[in-house]
Design a protein around this ligand. Structure first.
Ligand code: BGC
Length: 768
């Protein structure tokens, strides 16, 4: 469990416990709110009418497991209990969790109204607190897969494992858009452009199922609202000093998509927007999230988030008032939850928080509890307990690992490795380490080293994949290699971290251990393939010229065999960079479209060349040593520009006008990131006229058989090949010279030719 907030424990101990209970003489039975045949809204209204103020305050309180006993749930009518990173029961097994959960629910049943608790945990890459659970790649790897359907299946598998332990609610997905790779939470992001987290919001469908009270449905949380990935310097819990236009175009779209998919809860970000803490922002919570976006679920704080409002330890009335009145419905508190309840009660009794606000918060929370079916089935569905770490789920994870690998360099076709008649040397601190390959948020908050949970290390995967007459030799630091080996695989990278502990304000290079290992390997003259296990791009430009191959593996989780599948060519790599790869740490922040010269651009990723038979034995020559700035990645060069200049995703995507540009009041740029089976189109509409545009409709026609599968920042529709995008309330007005960015994900078969003409409100626009 985490220790950083233990200072608050004192406040909790000192807090008074005066709870006035509702006058229920008997346990409730047969009351309208207990009738599953009545509409949820009716049940909520009936229940609210029976609750005392203290029962309502309890519903709004979420206490952390180590600091909340079963008796506390009964006495204080707690609405929710949670496990922060690593706050696991003992024994930390699926059954241990289910037993713990059921004990809490029985304590809730011992209250007059028998309102079940909702138990939350961070299942952010599988049910990661539970030893034995399937650990999926962290989100950055899933972003590289560009496979929203796979991500939905991961959500479903995760939901089954979560349900099998009783837990009702996961604090995921993180829909953060990581704009600066110095940020310690970069790996929790699906990617640096809003379209990736937006596309991957399918995980919500997997987690929540087709209906919340269906089997193994768990409530999802879109977090951290909003612009947590946009802070200056990539500082965790920092300040996003950005315009509202940037907040809306970069950071808001994934949340819009989450709301569209009926996400049950939204977690507020610790961070600030232009100096104001998000936890106190009525504009962003009440006005934008609940008003404009129409979010009907409930809003939860981050861990003791309210307590950060004034920067002083301990809840104050002013903090609680500001946050609850800003629209927060449930308050996550590690230990000082009694103090919170007392403070909240005092604010309500003084009339500074209205009863109506309390009722609204309760209505939102109780609605989700009813929808989840908790009143009917408060105990763990143990038919899912056996799915935790099941072979079927591990197979999905292995598929995700395969699809998340991004091949960045492949000189002389050193990859794929020949399975047969090969002599492979494996080295590196991350080669045989489940903890390292899983990263933070694995069993413990910060993650760990070694066999912290069952799985297959990358080395084990390489060994298992070796064919006839192939030897695989392993030495962690590279000692023992000699020129008789045909290839060396160095599995190196970052050691685990979570949140601010992963912030990198200085160097983003490989550590001395890795550099020593690599030097040892290189001195042998054997070509070196680097498998980089990291939560973000690392500063490798002065090294990559020494390597024959480079595979960005991200944080693959427990199924290391998926890495071996790619190394051996059992699966030809399809992963594409979800972030721009810097030339040097000094370039941070670096993002697609900002004009900075990357080492590898957003969307880049090689595959194995089908046109010729891969060499059965790897090249034995020394890998090129020229600096990477003159060595573009080899096997399949980027389709246009080498990565030393402008990213290739941008230039080929701007549609060249096929006819001389027409004069219009608008200009449309249509840029495509194509990953073979699908694509993302980024469309910029600019008002080039002299009058403001108030409300717009953009039309264009696909020249091929493309389909819009999912759009953002506009209402999209398609009829035949004709596509229409209509403004949303926030981007409908375009002053002269102003532009707005909208976009969509699409599918196609055959070619993907671009539309050549666009019209805005019936007037032709110039293209480009
Ligand atoms: C993190 C959240 C997480 C919460 C509960 C916080 O520190 O920022 O992402 O959901 O803890 O563990």
């Amino acid at each position: 469990m985490r220790t950083r907030y233990l200072a608050l424990l004192g406040a909790a101990v000192l807090a008074s416990a005066g709870v006035a209970l509702a006058p229920h003489a008997r346990a409730a039975a047969g009351l309208p709110y207990q009738d599953p045949n009545l509409p949820v809204a009716t049940r909520v209204t009936d229940l609210l009418g029976r609750m005392s103020l203290d029962e309502k305050l309890g519903q709004m309180t979420q206490a952390e497991r180590p600091n909340a006993s079963n008796a506390d749930v009964t006495t204080y009518r707690l609405g929710s209990v949670f496990s922060g990173g690593g706050a696991a029961p003992s024994p930390n097994t699926a059954t241990g969790w289910a037993d713990m959960y059921d004990a809490y629910q029985r304590a809730a049943q011992a209250t007059p109204l028998q309102i079940p608790i909702i138990y939350g945990a961070d299942a952010v890459h599988g049910h990661n607190n539970v030893v034995g659970a399937t650990i999926f790649p962290h989100n950055i790897g899933l972003g590289a897969s560009r496979d929203p359907a796979l991500v939905q299946r991961i959500g479903r598998a995760t939901a089954e494992e979560v349900s099998g332990t009783g837990v009702d609610w996961t604090f995921s997905p993180c829909l953060c858009v990581a704009r600066n790779d110095r940020w310690g939470r970069t790996y929790e992001s699906f990617g640096e452009k809003p379209e990736l987290p937006t596309a991957m919001a399918t995980i919500i469908d997997g987690l929540q199922g087709s209906s919340l009270n269906g089997p193994a449905s768990v409530l999802a949380t879109a977090k951290h609202y909003v612009a947590d990935g946009g802070t200056t310097g990539g500082r965790d819990q920092g300040d996003a000093q950005i315009t509202e236009a940037e907040l809306r175009s970069i950071h808001l779209p994934p949340f819009q998509e989450a709301v569209r998919r009926n996400v049950g809860s939204v977690m507020i970000s610790f961070s600030s927007w232009n100096g104001q803490k998000l936890h106190g922002s009525s504009y962003l919570i009440n006005t934008v999230l609940k008003g404009e976006l129409g979010f009907t679920g409930f809003v939860v704080t981050d861990y003791n988030g309210i307590d950060q409002l004034d920067g002083q330890p301990g809840f104050t009335g002013a903090e609680v008032r500001q946050a609850i009145n800003a629209g927060i419905d449930m308050v996550m508190v590690s230990s000082a939850w009694k103090s919170f309840i007392d403070t909240l009660r005092a604010e309500v009794q003084a009339g500074r928080i209205t009863q109506a606000r309390i009722d609204d918060a309760n209505r939102r929370i109780l609605t989700k509890k009813f929808e989840l079916g908790l009143f009917e089935k408060p105990l763990t569905d143990r038919s899912y307990t056996g799915t935790v770490g099941s072979a079927a789920h591990r197979e999905i994870a292995r598929e995700a690992v395969r699809k998340s690998q991004v091949l960045l360099k492949n000189a002389n076709r050193v990859l794929p490795l020949a399975r047969d008649n090969n002599k492979i040397f494996v080295a590196g601190k991350s080669a045989d380490n489940i903890g390292y390959q899983s990263g933070g948020w694995t069993v413990t908050w910060q993650g760990g080293s070694g066999a912290i949970t069952p799985g297959t290390t990358i080395l084990q995967g390489i060994r298992a994949g070796a064919g006839a007459n192939t030897t695989v030799t392993y030495s962690q630091n590279g000692s023992g290699i000699d020129s008789s080996y045909k290839v060396a695989v160095a599995v190196v990278g970052e050691t685990p971290y979570a949140e601010g502990q992963g912030d990198r304000t200085g160097s983003m290079s490989l550590d001395a251990t890795d550099l020593n290992t690599l030097n040892t390997l290189r001195a042998s003259g054997v070509p070196v393939v680097v498998v980089l296990v990291s939560g973000r791009p690392m500063d490798i430009a002065d090294q990559v010229g020494n390597w024959a191959g480079l595979l960005a593996s991200w944080l693959p989780g427990t199924e290391g065999a998926g890495v071996a599948d790619v190394l051996y060519g059992a699966y030809k790599p399809t992963g594409k960079l979800p972030v721009t790869w810097m030339q040097s740490a000094s370039q941070q922040p670096i993002n697609d479209g900002d004009g900075k010269a990357s080492l590898f651009p957003f969307g880049f990723g090689l595959t194995y060349d089908d046109s010729t038979t891969p060499p059965t034995t790897p090249p034995t020559t020394t890998p090129p040593t020229t600096p990477p700035t003159t060595t573009p990645p080899t096997t399949t060069p980027p389709t246009t520009t080498p990565p030393t200049t402008r990213p290739p995703t941008t230039p080929p995507t701007t549609t060249p006008p096929t006819t001389p540009p027409t004069t219009g009041a608008c200009q449309v740029t249509y840029a495509v990131n194509d990953w073979g089976s699908g694509f993302t189109a980024s469309v910029t509409i600019k008002n080039t006229g002299t009058a403001a545009v108030n409300g717009w409709t953009l039309k264009f026609t696909f020249p091929g058989n493309q389909r819009v599968t999912q759009g953002w920042s506009a209402t999209w529709s398609q009829s035949g090949a004709d596509v229409t995008a209509t403004d949303l309330s926030w981007n409908g007005t375009l002053a002269p010279g102003a532009s707005t960015d909208i976009g969509f994900n699409g599918s196609y078969s055959g070619g993907n030719p671009r539309p050549t003409s666009f019209s805005l409100n019936g007037r032709a626009c110039t293209a480009g």
